[in-house]
Design a protein around this ligand. Sequence first.
Ligand code: 5GP
Length: 131
Amino acid sequence: MRRWLVRPALYTGPMSSEQPSIFSRIIAREIPADIVHETDTLIAFRDINPQAALHLLVVPKTEAYRTVVELATGDPALLAELVALAQQLADTHADGDFRLLFNTGAGANQTVFHVHAHVLAGGLTEGSLAH
Ligand code: 5GP
């Protein structure tokens, strides 16, 4: 009986066989960014197009996960680390309150398919989750 060695059809796979993502190029210091924190597994830097007084991106250094759903399934401990770092950054750079946003899928405006969290803080008074 023939067995599938790879998952068929909908499986998009890790990005390692593709070009490095823009965030991997920031991690490799090939592209400049305002990096505010780095650990063995995560990097945090200011979004180039800020949507709040504080707008950071927290990015796992691995490109293995395209979305937060893949990260939650594949490495929940790393997702928990990311959330804890978001809190630490909001404590350090704002008043500790923050919005954590993962655009998931092109239809939700995800443009970089290397999982990342938006950490938004400061002046979040618009009363709407989305514009
Ligand atoms: P997404 O739309 O995928 O949820 O978020 C991607 C984010 O990456 C956007 O908010 C965009 O402004 C940010 N971004 C894209 N390219 C760069 C870059 O080269 N440097 C920095 N610092 N942010 C970037």
